[in-house]
Design a protein around this ligand. Structure first.
Ligand code: PHE
Length: 355
């Protein structure tokens, strides 16, 4: 019978198409096969069309067989499509997994963070002083005018205030607050909080209305040292400064103390080292002098002892305050200090792992 032969041919066609679908390598190849199925010239379509002129008694059975074939074909195409998407997904995942792996590998070597150079310097200085028997103290960045100036023998309108142009936060009737201009107010806090003997360092961030240049930034860091005990002399101060600078810079660096003036110390000195950028010949960083000022020092002024209620006939002491940023700048050989707060990783990453 013609229709029987047609069914056989259609079955072979469906089988062949199914196996081609199963072997299709891509979604595009499968789409072509689908087109062939829908094609009006396909054996199935021809058989559907032939039903119109068929003996009505044979139609239901014939229709059922055709439907079965259609279903088998659909299922084969569906299965092939699912297999292809699974393969494609697997391939993308594989590629992305490789990407992620590569990223993680890279980041292990290039993207790991580290402490900031200033933090590392601060910690190293703390370690040096701890090894000399000092305690580490802290104070707030927002200070009272009294702690920052008055108690340190810098009364209102004293010209020494001009050298520490300040960021005032609040001008109160009784008490004004400001961003501390130095770490010296921590000396006041320490002496109010405990009785001598005091051997302490206090690192911290300080603020001045300075115009940024190669050696200045408006926010910077200092480390204050305060010693109060019986029989403390200027030679103790000098020896302490020398032992900490040679611990930090190594013994080859030249250092000098020059007479200076601070209202809260007497006598007072400024501490300088050979500029490491030009090795003392003079450059932009040291304004051509060959020396870099690291900080101020001196014997605690009797007026300061008076302000905190320590008897200066019994106790004496010394204090000094150094710029941490300057120390870091000098040892690292950075010609311009402004790179430190800029946090440029190309610079900071060079100091990674030093701590
Ligand atoms: N506080 C002073 C400054 O910032 C430095 C200093 C500290 C001087 C301790 C003497 C004693 O300039």
């Amino acid at each position: 019978m013609e229709s029987g032969a047609g069914l056989e041919e259609a079955t072979r066609w469906v089988e062949e198409l199914s196996s081609r679908a199963a072997g299709a390598a891509s979604g595009a190849e499968l789409a072509k096969l689908r087109e062939a199925v829908g094609d009006r010239g396909s054996p199935l379509s021809a058989l559907y069309r032939s039903m119109k002129v068929m003996d009505p008694a044979l139609r239901p059975e014939f229709g059922r067989r055709l439907q079965e074939l259609r279903l088998r074909l659909d299922q084969a195409l569906e299965a092939a499509s699912a297999a292809i998407s699974a393969r494609e997904r697997e391939a993308t995942f594989g590629a992305e997994r490789d990407d992620l792996g590569a990223y993680l590998c890279r980041s292990r070597y290039e993207g790991v963070g580290s402490l900031h150079l200033i933090t590392m310097t601060r910690m190293e200085l703390e370690d040096i002083f701890i090894s000399l028997g000092y305690a580490v103290a802290e104070g707030p960045e927002v200070e009272s005018e009294w702690n920052n100036f008055e108690a340190l023998n810098i009364p209102k309108f004293h010209p020494a205030r001009a050298s520490q142009d300040s960021f005032f936060l609040d001008f109160g009737e009784e008490e004004s607050t400001l961003l501390r201009t130095h770490t010296s107010p921590i000396e006041i806090r320490l002496m109010q909080a405990q009785k001598p003997p005091i051997y302490a360092v206090a690192p911290g961030r300080v603020y001045r209305r300075d115009t940024p240049d190669a050696r200045h930034t408006p926010a910077f860091h200092q480390i204050e040292a305060l010693v109060v005990d019986r029989g403390i002399s200027f030679s103790n101060l000098k020896a302490t400064i020398e032992s900490f600078t040679s611990a930090y810079f190594g013994p080859s660096i030249k250092a000098r103390l020059r007479p200076a003036y601070f209202p809260f110390t007497e006598p007072s000195a400024e501490f300088e080292i050979t500029c490491t950028i030009c090795s003392g010949t003079g450059c932009r960083t040291c304004s051509g002098t060959g020396w870099i000022e690291l900080g101020g020092a001196g014997m605690v002024h009797p007026k300061v002892f008076e302000a905190v209620g320590i008897d200066h006939r019994v106790y004496s002491g010394f204090a000094f305050g150094f710029g941490i940023d300057r120390l870091a700048q000098m040892r690292a050989g950075l010609p311009d200090m402004r790179v430190l707060p800029e946090n440029d990783l190309r610079i900071l990453a060079q100091f990674r792992g030093r701590r």
